[in-house]
Design a protein around this ligand. Structure first.
Ligand SMILES: [Zn+2]
Length: 191
């Protein structure tokens, strides 16, 4: 066993700017949107009780807000599974793979699930946190499939949490407050 192993952060994602902003050939993002995106590093406490380093791609105007949220979550030891951009080879822009893996991410040039409407993730203005523990419930469905929302499980976002208050105070909206289709993983702030 390596000495001091527990004090070394575990690196979950090390994409270059070029790799993180690589576009899905089936759904390329317009270049004027790409120029507003920023790749940045985040630290988080994970389910193994250790500090991890991941990456987020989001709209450049929201970087400070998101870094503050990770700082808050780390201080509270709220576990984050991973933060790996959607262009990573493990996901290849596939939101289903990313959400099943409980991966936290922001930018993804895609539509709102099962609609023709462009998602706010497409402009990097939405963040999904631990999506398998904080599912999206459109109508009678649940995404990711078979996920459940259990407030007693660590890593689940609660209505009275510091995180929800933090984001709300900064003008973000939490998807769980959407009347018809609660989306517990989702926070967004429009420009
Ligand atoms: Zn979302």
């Amino acid at each position: 066993m390596i000495k001091n192993q527990k004090t070394q952060p575990i690196v979950d994602s090390t994409l270059s700017n070029h790799e993180a902003l690589r576009q899905n050939p089936d759904s390329p993002c317009p270049s004027e949107l790409i120029s507003d995106l920023e790749l940045f590093e985040v630290n988080y406490y994970s389910f193994d009780g250790q500090i991890h380093i991941g990456q987020i791609v989001a709209h450049k105007d929201l970087v400070r807000d998101i870094l503050g949220a990770f700082h808050l979550l780390c201080a509270e030891k709220f576990p984050i599974q991973s933060a790996i951009p959607i262009a990573d080879a493990r996901f290849m822009w596939d939101d289903t793979l990313s959400t099943k893996a409980n991966n936290t991410s922001a930018y993804n040039f895609r539509n709102v699930r099962d609609t023709d409407e462009i998602s706010n993730h497409a402009t990097g203005r939405a963040l999904d946190i631990n999506p398998r523990l904080n599912p999206y419930f459109p109508g009678q469905k649940v995404f990711p499939a078979d996920a459940t929302y259990n407030p007693n499980v660590p890593g689940t976002i609660l209505a009275d949490s510091k995180l929800v208050k933090y984001f709300t105070d900064l003008g973000w909206t939490w998807g769980a407050t959407w009347r018809d289709d609660p989306d517990y993983q989702h926070f967004e702030k429009l420009g």
